[in-house]
Design a protein around this ligand. Sequence first.
Ligand code: GLU
Ligand code: MG
Length: 418
Amino acid sequence: MHREKLIMVCTCEIAGRVRGKGFPAVELASRARKGVGWVPTNTMISAFSPIYSTPFGTGGDLILVPDMTTETAVDFADGSAAEHFFLGDIRHLDGAPWSCCPRDFARRALEALQEAAGVTLNSAFEHEFTYTGVTDMPGNPYSLDAFRRQGIFAEAFMAALRTAGCEPDSFMAEYGPRQFEFTCGPAHGLRSADRAVVAREMARATAHRLGERAIFSPILDPNGVGNGVHIHFSFLDAAGAPVLHDAAAPFGISKLGRHFVAGILHHLPALCAVTAPSTVSYIRLRPNRWAPTHANLMTQDRAAALRVCPVLPGPDVARQFNVEYRVADAAASPYLALGAMVWAGVDGIKRGLEPPIEGKPLPASLGEALDALEANSAAVDWFGGEYLNAYLMHKRGELAALDGLSEAAQCEKYAQTY
Ligand code: GLU
Ligand code: MG
C-alpha cells in the first residue's frame, strides 16, 4: 500500500489524555506557524470521553501550535506507522496564549519561580504502571523472573525513550501484580513535563505494538497497591549550580528550598485536586500502600508526601540532592501537576512559610480535594478565574459520572482510560 507520513500536534489537558490533530508531514513548515484548529470546549472532554458540562459552549476558535523543540519521531521498525508528534501550546488566533493552556500554566509557574527566587527547576518524573503482557506469579515483586517475562517490551520501550530524547534511567518490576516502573533523567523547566507526556506515550505505543497495554491508572484493584507518579526536584541558580541543598540545615534543605517545600505542604489539600485528580487516586492514598496519607516531609521515608531522597557521599552531594513529590499520579496532566506544585512552592517562598511540625491528613476523596482547591484563595492567582472554573467544572462532572459505582467499578473505568 502507498502511504503518506503524518504528524500530530498534541496537548495534555485536564483529563491527562494526550489529544491533538494530525496533518501530512509535508505541511510541517506551514503548520509550525499556524498550528491546527482547536476549540475551548476540548479541555472539557472527560477522561471517559463525554463532555459532562462546559463553560465555553460550542463557540470559539483557538490554535494548537507545535513547539518545534518537542519533536518526537520514533519508528518501531515493525511496519507500523511511526510515532511522530509535537507537543504544543493552545493559543488565540492572534498567537496570544489561551488562559486555559495547560503548558502555559506550567510555564507561568516556572517563570514565577524564576522571578521570586532566580532559580530554574530541575526535575524528573518516575512512573509506575501495569503491563498487561505478563501473568502475575506469586513472589514476583522486583524479581528477575518478572523482568524476564515481560519479554521484549522493556528493551523496545527503552529504545523508544532513547530515540524520543527522554534519557531512560531505569526499568524494574515493581511490587504490585504486573506492575513495572521506569525513570527518565532530569530535565530543566518545562522540558521535564514534556518528557513525562512523551514517556507515558512511548510506554503505551510500545505495548500497543505488542498487542498489550501499559496502564497508568492510579490503582487497578481497590485492595492492591497504586501506580504513583513521583516528581523529583531540585533548583539550579543562574550559573547552573545546585541550590536546594544545605548540609547544615534541617533535612539538608536550603532556606529557599525550605520555604518552597513549606508552600507545597501548606497548599497540599488543594494541590491534591490537580496532582491526584481521579476518584481512585484517593484509594491509592491510603495507609500501607507506600503512598502518602499526610501533608508531611520526611527523610528517606516512602510514606511521606515529600521525601528527601538519599545521596551517596562524595563531592557532588549537592548535585544529587533532591526532594520527591509523591502525591501525583498519571491521571494528572504533567503540565498541571508540575505547574501546581511549583505555584504552591513559589507562594511558600514569597510568604516565607515554614514546614509544619506535624502534617495534616490529605483529603480522603476527590470531592474533598476539589472543595479545598475552590476554597484556596491563592489558586485563582495560579490558574486565573476562567481556568479554575473550567477545572472545577470538568472534575465535578467526572465525579458525578462515577456516583454510585463501587470502588472496583471505578478502578475498572479508570483502567480503561489511563
Ligand atoms: N506504588 C507506590 C505509590 O503508589 C510507590 C512505591 C515506591 O515507593 O516506589 O506511590
Ligand atoms: Mg516505585
